[in-house]
Design a protein around this ligand. Structure first.
Ligand code: DMJ
Length: 446
């Protein structure tokens, strides 16, 4: 809705957009639900049984030789949250009838853990059907062998049937993003092995931090030697930090609290950066703290949410202003931006959730209407630039708006879920009673 005001001189016409008007939460919630159904129906019609939909060529895509039903598993808890009973039943049926893991194929432990293992666990918590837990236990028992390295830090890949592991060159995110899923699994099975294994890997990784308290971007899990000494809050490290804080909260565990506080102090001291009017976190050398690159991107945007979850509203709010600026620069955020020049470094957008995730967190803690308006602007632009005939597409280039033939399962699990939760006022999910894994799968706090 636009309102036109004629100023006294009668010459100047200023259009004040809906930006200044209260956001109609109910209407936005319904729009998000409609967008979800649009994307799900596209998947159903053209990619049923595959991992994901290719929305431009209208066909299915699998990650490996056999589908792991990424989209139904990732999307199931959103359907429960949105009250989409028919769709949830469809997803449950295909998961329970078709999903199995006794397949001779090598998978990436990180992605399969945060999407499939995590999705099955939240499905179990929200639905109560034990078949979800049985699938989760079977999968975890096939994945957990990745931790059998000389350091206890996991290899990147594992063959689900043979248990053969590979990929010693890893990064903190792929080493330290299991404690939530494994902890929840230990909680439901009564078997402490999962929690202990994931914690040991995280403790080991933290012990290898530099003298100034930072992890690097690359590490060999067999030797513990760093292979890349750049440090950031970005992809490759991001969820390692996220899980320290969330594990401290979920398990009320002092070790994770100490890890988080040590790391956060170093991140704030060395990575935090300001330009004329904005606050950012750039990249630095893990040993010296010297700035390496003034890069910030779509993945980094999660950090405002972590900051406010930890009680640092001041930095969180300042960083969210930058997140919003990054999104609105070209209408949709780029993968990476150089914040010192505001030039786009990597121009693609893969339907990532982190910006809206942080908006949701900030709105929860402040109830400041401006976060609803930010959320609305992001959603309106997503509809405008990414919606396609049979779903939503990633963008090759946020400047030209050239599309990419891809709709990641996290678009359901995270992006649409956080939009919905922002506008629905905690009716279906109480923020304070859950912890979200890095793929936005919620677990009850113990
Ligand atoms: C998701 O798979 C997870 O949020 C992960 O931690 C980072 N990348 C994607 C979303 O951007």
């Amino acid at each position: 809705m636009k309102k036109t005001i004629i100023l006294p001189l009668g010459i100047l016409l200023i259009t004040i957009s809906a930006f200044t008007q209260p956001v109609n939460k109910k209407q936005m919630k319904n729009e998000v639900k409609e967008a979800f159904l649009h994307a799900w129906n596209g998947y159903k019609q053209y990619a049923w049984g595959y991992d994901a939909l290719k929305p431009l060529s209208k066909q299915g895509r699998n990650w490996y030789k056999q589908s792991l039903l990424m989209t139904p598993v990732d999307a199931f808890d959103v359907m429960k949250i949105m009250g989409l009973k028919k769709e949830a039943e469809e997803a449950k049926t295909i998961i329970c009838e078709k999903l199995h893991f006794d397949v001779d194929m090598e998978v990436q432990n990180f992605e399969v853990s945060i999407r499939i293992l995590a999705g099955l666990l939240s499905a179990y918590e929200l639905d109560g059907d034990k078949r979800f837990l049985d699938l989760a236990v079977d999968l975890a028992d096939r994945l957990i062998v990745v931790f059998n390295s000389p350091t206890g830090m996991p290899y990147r890949y594992v063959n689900l049937k043979t248990g053969k592991t590979s990929g010693p060159f890893s990064n903190p995110a792929e080493i330290g993003t299991y404690i939530i899923e494994y902890g929840v699994l230990s909680h439901h099975t009564g078997n402490p092995r999962y929690f202990d294994t994931a914690k040991k890997a995280m403790v080991k990784l933290h012990s290898l931090r530099s003298a100034i308290g930072l992890p690097g971007q690359g590490i060999n899990v067999e030797t513990g030697e760093w292979t890349n000494t750049e440090s950031s809050i970005s992809g490759g490290i991001d969820s390692y930090f996220e899980y320290m804080l969330k594990a401290a909260i979920l398990f009320n565990d002092k070790d994770f609290r100490d890890m988080w506080q040590t790391s956060l102090a170093a991140v704030n001291r060395y990575m935090a950066d300001t330009t004329a009017s904005s606050f950012w976190y750039g990249r630095v050398n893990m040993n010296t703290g010297e700035r390496t690159r003034t890069f910030y991107g779509a993945l980094d945007a999660f950090f405002a949410g972590s900051l406010v979850l930890d009680g640092d509203l001041k930095r969180a709010a300042a960083l969210q202003e930058s997140n919003y600026k990054m999104w609105m620069l070209h209408g949709i955020e780029p993968e990476v931006l150089d914040y010192s020049t505001m030039q786009v470094k990597y121009p693609n957008y893969v339907l990532r959730p982190e910006n809206i995730e942080s908006i949701y967190y900030l709105y929860h803690f402040t109830h400041d209407e401006k976060y609803l308006r930010m959320g609305k602007d992001l959603f309106d632009n997503l509809q405008k630039y990414c919606r396609s005939e049979v779903g939503f597409t990633a963008l090759e280039n946020v400047i030209t708006k050239e599309r990419a033939d891809d709709m990641e399962s996290f678009f359901f699990a995270e992006t649409l879920k956080y939009f919905y939760l922002l506008f629905e006022d905690g009716r279906s999910l109480d923020f304070d009673k859950v912890i979200f894994n890095t793929e936005a799968h919620p677990y009850k706090r113990f």
